[in-house]
Design a protein around this ligand. Structure first.
Ligand code: PGA
Ligand code: MG
Length: 229
């Protein structure tokens, strides 16, 4: 279904996008950084297929999930020391490799250009830390599309909390009824539902191994270009 059919009065005024798994296939580089972190800690490696199921709740949760998978249970103090060490290693390695193998998905350039040509405002609301988000937007020359960019550490709450979506709508002075969220995971769908805006979900991203249909988004697409009228 095209956007113009979905919004009776034409197009939404604002489209908010998720980054990882929606615009950018980032798992190859996330997995590289996680495996370099695990190797430095002499722990068993995870690989892309595991990491794909762990992405979506921010970098700290990604590292926690990787440690929970690779470390036999330990006491709280060892766990927190290990986390601090692991997280620092992850940040260091991801900083080196975040744009090595990551690629934009098919249809992304087409949709962003279509929305820009139609003067629809766009925002980026990701759970990825803001410093990596900004580097990747520069690397893929996407920064100019977005009127607002929020990372997982930009505000006190991240998706699935509605705060970053509500904040973006307030800053751009657009109501939830005139806003569409586009994402790949339950966090995006739940945040949009709680913020009162409609949500389109892509089928190709990272949703912890579950189909996005389980969370009842308003629209489901296999390629973002399907939204273009
Ligand atoms: O960093 C993550 O956990 C994923 O970020 P996303 O919100 O862009 O999917
Ligand atoms: Mg995502």
């Amino acid at each position: 279904m095209q956007l113009s059919e979905f919004y009776n009065a034409g197009l939404p005024r604002l489209v908010l996008f998720d980054l990882d798994g929606t615009l950018l296939d980032s798992v190859p580089d996330l997995a590289l950084a996680i495996d370099r972190m695990l190797a430095a800690l002499a722990l068993p490696l995870a690989g892309q297929s595991q990491v794909r199921n762990w992405v979506g709740n921010g970098a700290q949760m990604l590292v926690k999930r990787a440690l929970a998978h690779s470390v036999a249970s330990s006491d709280n103090e060892t766990e927190s020391d290990l986390f601090d060490q692991a997280f620092a290693l992850f940040l260091h390695h991801y900083d080196q490799c975040c744009a090595e193998q990551s690629r934009l998905y098919p249809g992304v350039q087409d949709l962003l250009s279509f929305l820009k040509d139609n003067r629809i405002s766009m925002g980026l609301v990701t759970n990825k830390p803001i410093n990596f988000t900004e580097s990747l937007l520069d690397e893929f020359d996407l920064r100019h599309f977005f009127a607002i960019v929020l990372g997982g550490d930009s505000l006190t709450e991240k998706k699935p909390h509605p705060m970053p979506l509500s904040y973006a709508m307030e800053q751009l002075d657009v109501s939830p009824l005139q806003t569409l969220m586009v994402g790949d995971s339950r966090s995006d769908i739940k945040a949009a539902q709680a913020a009162g805006c409609r949500v389109a979900a892509v089928t190709y991203g990272y949703n912890h191994g579950e189909p996005v249909s389980a969370y009842q988004p308003d629209l489901i697409v296999d390629n973002l270009a399907e939204l273009i009228s």
